[in-house]
Design a protein around this ligand. Structure first.
Ligand code: GDP
Ligand code: MG
Length: 205
């Protein structure tokens, strides 16, 4: 498998307005805009990252505003290697919705081992004045622990707080999961499904 880079599918879920598109845009393009519309006009953004000495391409799937109608469709969920659950720390309602977003994901994506599927939880908009905060770190962490010790990060897409760290954790989790599922498991050793990649520099085949 030397010279082959993994393609990992990551999907971002959470109520409309919590900052999903902004987080992706901050992570991939290092930009933030207050005028963000519901969609970025694309189904996904990609970014190449190094994880444990391996180069991986992360495909981040955004909801393009459809989360309001819960009509994301099975194709959106299928084959996901990690699911990022986002809420706004200034909205208790968006935090309470995490449970149904998680359930919805597990029903639609139907991963092999639902109990072990990697989720990462982000409490976004921590730059907003403390007096507006509705969900404490403790409350969020308690939920994450109850759901199987899910990693939790407090982020700000606006101020670029913890965004890099959160998505690095996502990449690590996705890569671990990618090794478990069909991406690698069904490929006999030495058989490359993408022959053009055999010519990549550094390939020692
Ligand atoms: P989405 O519907 O979950 O994709 O949310 P958006 O990314 O469209 O963001 C919704 C609104 O929240 C926009 O006005 C953003 O500018 C704003 N927003 C997103 N992230 C942050 C953040 O970290 N801090 C603050 N203060 N505002 C944010
Ligand atoms: Mg959006």
């Amino acid at each position: 498998m030397v010279g082959r880079s993994a393609l990992l599918k990551v999907i971002i879920l959470g109520d409309s307005g919590v900052g999903k598109t902004s987080l992706m845009n901050q992570y991939v393009n290092k930009r933030f805009s207050n005028q963000y519309k519901a969609t970025i006009g694309a189904d996904f953004l990609t970014k190449s990252v190094d994880v444990e000495d391996q180069q991986v391409t992360i495909q981040l799937w955004d909801t393009a505003g459809q989360e309001r109608f819960q009509s994301l469709g099975v194709a959106f969920y299928r084959g996901a290697d990690c699911c990022v659950l986002v809420f706004d720390v200034n909205s208790s309602k968006s935090f309470q919705a995490l449970e149904s977003w998680r359930d919805e994901f597990l029903i639609q994506a139907s991963p092999n081992d639902p109990e072990e599927f990697p989720f990462v939880v982000l409490g976004n908009k921590v730059d907003v004045d403390e007096s507006k905060r509705q969900v404490s770190q403790k409350r969020a962490m308690t939920w994450c622990q109850a759901k199987g010790n899910l990693p939790y990060f407090e982020t700000s897409a606006k101020e670029a707080i913890n965004v890099e760290q959160a998505f690095q954790s996502v990449a690590v989790k996705a890569l671990q999961q990618g090794h478990e599922d069909s991406l690698f498991a069904d490929t006999p050793y030495g058989v490359d499904l993408e022959p053009h990649e055999m010519q990549a520099p550094g390939c020692n085949c």
